[in-house]
Design a protein around this ligand. Structure first.
Ligand code: DPP
Ligand code: ZN
Length: 875
């Protein structure tokens, strides 16, 4: 397969000003007629008279230029392109192509496909070429007019981008609808939907007083699960006006929820298509975190209307331009809607456990990659989450007002254009009169930088000297790294826990941002009569690993007193990390395990002091995840990590039993599950306590869990109780699982949870359960959500069993990857990543994982998607 390089970018040879699309819809035989208004691009250097249009898996019916049908000698039809030998060079011309496609056979879910009985599309990144031949690249922007024709009973609802401009009836129970999108857009933002859908409607009045119709389309049985999505959409529209001054531009905003979807959702202009998972919610079917994710994703896709659609990407290497920025925007939005402290911790936790692993492995790449074989493989945690961190650092460096000024200039300067990450940084620079040359390296350098910090206190001079060294480990094709510009937020704490003033340029401040730019730098702070405790990298001000010697007591002090909510949580995490690693050492040496009293005291204080935000308190009680701990180990010892962490959890439960129980009882209510901060916090804290208590394996706790499971009136509580039951030796385990299944068999998204819960269980026999579930009638390889809920969950969220020493987990995963390879390459390649980190394990496991990767690479008819991930993992 071919590699595409950023350095080879050239402007398109032709422009397509307008496209008129006609679809005659049918499950197996859809006829597409596409009328393209083309002209040569004056900016193109190329002088050939040929036109290359991209298209895959299409059946050509006819092609005509300016009304004349082309003969076979006038074009070449290849697997991936249609080349017309000669087209007019000196004037605009028109091409009409007719082709057919088979949506039912499309299990890859790219282009036009069938989901349940509904026809829908996914065009990002390169799905449009599976609909018709086109200049399928984001820098070709066209005005779209689309007419859909279909059977009235099967497809009563016919949707596409923009505004509805006509409709009518035809013979044989057929009808048509025409749509026109006034905004030129790249074809990856095209969408159509046809099906038997119900519409939930509302309205939003914009800041300039325009009335926007809001419509959410779902299958009939889901009409009662749209309220939260609709409210989230209105919240997002208001928030973008207030925070960025950005107003919606069309008169209509539509969202369609589909069961079969590779991604979370898609920001098609005026017609978002969503995975049902990120739309549907009712208190009894969706958990609090589902509610949060829905609001976040609805916001994300809405925010794309500016950061992505009005200003789009020049080429796919610039993906982070729209994704990193939009993730940053949705993170800000969610933080403002719920709790900024909690949201920040959740985001950093996800970044550190998952993106850091990607950045440290064979698939590491900069947020603006330089090469790809299959662009779908670059919708990564790095492009999205690290990309958002890079935008966040810009926000930190420029301040909220400066950042806003820069964004205003960016949108104003580039409205209607397809641009680059460089254009974004330039706009921020120009608006603020600063230069960000060194900062730009974040776009081109991969790997997680390491900051190593040492401190020296000079009592006589009353000075503190902080020395910060930065380094960054080698990553594929980047053995040596240049120094980055890293903003490091700092606070100092006096012995009583209060803020010690930081003297800097003559004035004193409670917090400052250090600009770390060199390989080694020393920062000095004066007028400190006593040695302060340093609180560094507040708010996780940069996506780096911080190395700094800390005693357990110092961490316990910070956990109690740090005014920075992130660093307070972080102190607790690092305290637990140190304690757990001492236990891992003991396990590896065969010594008896003992829990450090300091962590018991620290947790007791947390249990006794709510401080008001119960969600935050629950986070303070959460031990670092196994995957985070793995990231800190040179050779990952899955069993020791699990055993040590379980030991801490169980011992804390034993020693703080009364406190956990008391909190549980205090916050346990039988509530229907409204999504308000108070109720969410209560549930979160109470269920954290239940999770600890369930480690006690006693009849009393079994009873509490079962009671909560059967009486719960909201999914958060029901699922938390079931999880406590499934991850223990609870006598009613099988009965509870069965009863849950029977209760929710009609709700696909709830059944996904049922699969995941079993696939991620740490109890023995989980692998056998997973194999049995593969044969369960509700399992389906063609439904991405279901595949992720079982195969994805087992291989990516159950380290203990997936990494079984005999290699059964690896063999199983490779079997599934090969089965998925032909059905759905995008999903297949996502599953391969479970094997990518093979170098991090002991020799035995390395060999077994490698063997499966080699088996995958050696398979015939491997998709580009799977080939790229598997071969790069081995490299
Ligand atoms: N739909 C995906 C997202 O919004 C790709 N654009 O991130
Ligand atoms: Zn996005």
């Amino acid at each position: 397969p071919q590699t595409v390089f950023l350095k080879d970018y050239t402007p398109p040879e032709y422009l397509i000003e307008q496209i008129e699309l006609n679809f005659d819809l049918d499950e197996q035989h859809t006829l597409v007629r596409s009328t393209l208004s083309l002209r040569r691009n004056p900016q193109s250097q190329d002088s050939s008279a040929a036109l290359t249009l991209l298209g895959e898996e299409l059946q050509l019916v006819s092609i005509a230029i300016d009304g004349r049908l082309l003969m076979q000698s006038q074009y070449v039809l290849g697997e991936e392109a249609l080349v017309v030998h000669e087209v007019p060079q000196d004037r605009p011309f028109q091409i009409v192509i007719e082709n057919t496609i088979n949506p039912q056979a499309n299990t890859a879910l790219e282009g036009l496909y069938l989901s349940s009985s509904m026809l829908c599309t996914q065009c990002e990144a390169q799905g449009f070429r599976k609909i018709t031949w086109f200049l399928d690249r984001p820098d070709v922007m066209s005005r779209f007019k689309t007419t859909l024709t279909g059977d009235k009973s099967k497809y009563p609802v016919l949707l596409s981008n923009g505004n509805k401009v006509g409709e009518g009836e035809l013979e044989n129970n057929r009808h048509w609808v025409s749509w026109e999108d006034p905004f030129a857009k790249p074809c990856y933002l095209f969408a159509l939907v046809a099906g038997q859908l119900e519409c939930v409607a509302d309205e939003f009045v914009t800041m300039s007083g325009r009335r926007i119709a809001l419509e959410i389309f779902v299958e009939k049985h889901n009409v009662d699960k749209c309220d939260h999505a609709m409210q989230s959409l209105k919240n997002a529209m208001r928030w973008d006006e207030e925070t960025y001054g950005l107003e919606y531009d069309l008169d209509l905003y539509m969202i369609v929820a589909v069961d079969h979807f590779n991604m979370g959702a898609m920001e098609n202009k005026g017609l978002n298509v969503f995975n049902t998972k990120f739309v549907l919610a009712r208190p009894d079917t969706a958990t609090d975190s589902d509610y949060e994710h829905i609001e976040g994703v609805i916001g994300h896709e809405y925010f794309h209307n500016w950061s992505g659609n009005r200003v789009t990407c020049r080429d796919w290497f610039q993906l982070s331009l729209k994704e990193g920025f939009t993730v940053f925007r949705d993170q800000q939005f969610s933080g403002d809607r719920t709790s900024p402290a909690v949201k920040r911790i959740e985001d950093v936790n996800a970044l550190r456990t998952r993106q850091f692993a990607e950045d440290a492995g064979p698939l590491a790449h900069p947020i603006r990659p330089e090469a790809y074989i299959e662009i779908n493989n670059f919708y990564t945690l790095t492009v999205y989450e690290k990309g958002a961190e890079v935008v966040r650092m810009l926000h930190t460096l420029l301040g909220a007002a400066g950042f806003r000024k820069g964004c205003d200039l960016y949108f104003q300067r580039h409205d209607g254009q397809a641009v680059t990450c460089e254009d974004f940084v330039k706009a921020l620079e120009d608006a603020n009169g600063v230069e960000l040359n060194q900062f730009r390296r974040w776009y081109s350098q991969a790997g997680t930088p390491v900051l190593t910090v040492s401190q020296q206190y000079d009592a006589e001079a009353q000075q503190l000297h902080l020395t910060i060294q930065q380094s960054c480990p080698p990553t594929p094709n980047q053995p040596v790294k240049a120094s980055l510009h890293i903003p490091v937020k700092l606070g100092l704490l006096a012995a009583d826990g209060s803020a010690a003033p930081i003297y800097c340029n003559g004035s004193s401040q409670a917090e400052i941002t250090l600009n770390v730019t060199e390989a080694e730098q020393t920062f000095s702070f004066a007028k400190l009569p006593q040695q302060p405790v340093v609180s560094l990298l507040r708010g996780f001000s940069a996506p780096v690993t911080l190395k700094m010697e800390r005693s357990l007591d110092e961490l316990a002090f910070l956990l109690r007193h740090d005014s920075d909510t992130f660093n307070r949580w972080e102190a607790g995490q690092q305290l637990a990390v140190q304690v757990i690693f001492k236990l891992i050492d003991a396990i590896e040496l065969g010594r008896p395990l003992q829990l450090e009293p300091v962590i018991v005291d620290a947790y007791r204080s947390v249990l006794l002091d709510s401080g008001g935000d119960l969600s935050y308190q629950a986070l303070l009680l959460a031990l670092p995840e196994e995957s985070y701990l793995s990231g800190q180990m040179a050779i990952i010892d899955v069993e020791a990590i699990h055993q040590a962490r379980e030991f801490v959890k169980k011992t804390l439960a034993e020693q703080l039993q009364a406190e956990f129980k008391q909190l549980y009882v205090q916050h346990h209510r039988d509530e229907s599950g409204s999504f308000d901060a108070g109720a969410v916090g209560r549930r979160r804290l109470k269920n954290a306590c239940l999770s600890y208590l369930s480690k006690l394996e006693n009849a009393d706790v079994y009873h509490i869990a079962e009671q909560q499971f059967y009486s719960a009136r909201n999914m958060t509580d029901q699922l938390a109780a079931l999880s406590a039951i499934v991850n223990s030796n609870h006598p009613a385990k099988a009965r509870s699982l069965d009863s849950f299944y029977v209760q929710w068999r009609q709700e696909a998204l709830v059944i996904d949870k049922w699969f995941t819960l079993q696939a991620t269980s740490s109890m023995p026999n989980t692998f056998a359960t997973v194999q049995a579930l593969m044969k369960h009638p509700a399992f389906d390889m063609k439904t991405p959500n279901r595949v992720r809920s079982l195969i994805g969950a087992f291989s990516q969220a159950n380290p203990l069993h997936f990494h079984a020493q005999n290699g059964e987990g690896y063999r199983f995963l490779a079997d599934q990857v090969l089965a998925l390879n032909t059905l759905n390459p995008q999903i297949a390649s996502r599953m391969v990543t479970g094997l990518a980190q093979w170098r991090r394990y002991d020799a035995g496991r390395q060999g077994l994982m490698k063997q499966q990767l080699q088996r995958i690479v050696a398979t015939e008819h491997l998709s580009k998607d799977v080939y790229e991930i598997a071969s790069k993992s081995l490299a």
